[in-house]
Unconditional design. Structure first.
Length: 155
């Protein structure tokens, strides 16, 4: 019989669908990344530049590249994002468009939303930081809201 070890039990990532709080029907497929995966992603976005004043190489993070890589890694899709919801997340001009029209998912749309909506960015970060959102021991609410969303709606 083989020996059980933490190394063989760990998962590098896991994707779950979670409804965005206060926006019924908008479900996002979010991927939890283990610390090692996040560090690897960050490392891909570092560059070394020589600092003439200190005469040493310094690492700098390419923030735009990191955001692109991060969004690609953690936001795997969504469904149910209505144009009316966008108006609550960032400044948009939907003009005469039907507010119930859904914005289809694309990595570009997800990246634009992360760059321009601090509330969306914060929710993604908080949701990913709460491991309970990704464990099978979590008792999932019928609406699919995360623990964070449930605590804010119960007050």
């Amino acid at each position: 019989m083989s020996q059980i070890s933490l190394k063989t039990l760990m998962k590098p990532s896991m994707t779950v669908s979670i409804e965005f709080p206060g926006m019924p029907g908008w479900e996002l497929d979010i991927c939890y990344l283990a610390r090692e995966e996040l560090l690897s992603l960050r490392k891909k976005c570092l560059s070394k530049k020589f600092n003439r004043s200190t005469h040493q190489a310094e690492e700098t993070l390419d923030e735009d590249k990191f955001l692109t890589e991060y969004v690609n890694a953690v936001i795997k899709g969504w469904k149910g994002l209505k144009l009316s919801y966008l108006e609550e997340l960032l400044l948009v001009d939907t003009g005469d468009l039907d507010p119930n029209t859904e914005l289809p998912f694309s990595q570009d749309e997800a990246e634009i939303l992360m760059k321009n909506s601090s509330s969306f960015d914060t929710w993604i970060t908080d949701t990913l930081a709460d491991l309970e959102n990704f464990t099978k021991n979590k008792s999932k609410n019928v609406s699919g809201l995360s623990k964070l969303a449930l605590s804010s709606t119960e007050t």
